[in-house]
Ligand binder design. Structure first.
Ligand code: SF4
Length: 305
């Protein structure tokens, strides 16, 4: 039986009818992840798209079958660390204690709590769905937003000038360098790879596991809903978002892209990049090439070590 066939027979842990945008690949990602985690899970969904679309719910009713709670943007990892200690005290080490948080709650506001939990070795699984900004509150930029992208707080003027002025934070590498037992990047366009990485993360018995999933946002980026998965796939095929994993700083690229498509072929699917000139596109291409070379070098060092 293939991974996709096995998934089809697993119980959906999220109710039907949550209010994500049509075709949203974050909803697909959450349903897939929760099928793997199963009912023996407590999870935290801080403010962001998945909190907003009804997964957390209101009035003691939620869109999730397992217990779910709604931490603040900045304390998700520390609340989960406390929950883990509580279950440990009861001898319940079998419970999955999991965050499903957007990039705003992870790379910006929640970074201090996450970094602290990683350094202490709290046994939690932290999953970040990276849609490059605060999409739930009106498409504001985060430190995970790509350079030159339009957002509502990095507008573009009539002559095409503007957009975000800083490069996207290389957050998966930052987490890998925390010396944690497992770190991985994943994509909704490569579900079997995502499933394998969630299973590996679940097998961690000491320390924090982190998975960073790249989720192009249809509404905030201006992508047609039928291009949801294709946009995610092109991000990987262009090396803009490489798929790799690490254990205790040892890096392995899990999907080697030998003949990448141009970054231009990836970004042209999104209206948020529509104003870019050739020089700006070239800058994104060079950054992509440089970051991929850096990963390859880290992989090489890991193999030598
Ligand atoms: S705003 Fe984007 S990430 Fe949020 S639910 Fe809609 S498509 Fe999904």
């Amino acid at each position: 039986m293939t991974v996709m066939e096995k998934l089809a027979f697993k119980e959906d842990m999220i109710s039907p009818g949550i209010s994500a945008c049509i075709g949203c690949n974050v909803e697909l990602t959450l349903r897939t992840v929760m099928k793997i985690l199963g009912p023996n899970t407590v999870f935290a969904v801080p403010p962001g798209c998945m909190g907003g679309v009804g997964v957390v719910g209101w009035n003691k009713q939620s869109g999730a079958k397992p217990p779910v709670f709604f931490p603040l943007l900045d304390n998700t990892a520390s609340m989960l660390a406390g929950i883990r200690l509580g279950y440990n005290a009861q001898g319940r080490t079998d419970i999955n204690v999991v965050a499903f948080a957007g990039d705003g709650a992870t790379v910006d506001a929640g970074f201090q709590a996450l970094s602290g939990a990683a350094e202490r070795g709290d046994r939690i699984l932290y999953i970040c769905y990276d849609n490059e900004g605060y999409m739930n509150t009106g498409y504001q930029r985060s430190s995970s937003t790509s350079k030159w992208a339009w957002t509502s707080t990095t507008p573009v003027n009539a002559s095409g000038g503007g957009g975000k002025r800083q490069h996207k934070k290389d957050f998966p590498v930052i987490m890998a360098m925390h010396d944690i037992p497992y770190m991985a990047t994943a994509s909704p366009a490569y579900i079997p790879d995502l499933v394998a990485k969630v299973e590996k993360a679940m097998s961690v018995t000491e320390g924090l596991a982190y998975i960073h999933i790249y989720n192009p946002c249809l509404t905030g980026w201006g992508i047609p809903s039928d291009q949801s998965i294709e946009a995610a796939r092109k991000a990987v095929q262009s090396r803009y978002f490489p798929l790799f994993e690490s254990s205790r700083r040892k890096i392995r690229i899990t999907r080697k892209v030998k003949e990448p498509i141009p970054v231009k072929a990836y970004i042209q699917a999104s209206k948020k990049f529509r104003h870019l000139d050739d020089e700006q596109i070239q800058e994104l291409q060079e950054l992509t090439d440089e970051r991929y070379r850096f990963l390859e070098a880290m992989e090489q060092v890991s193999q030598e070590g």
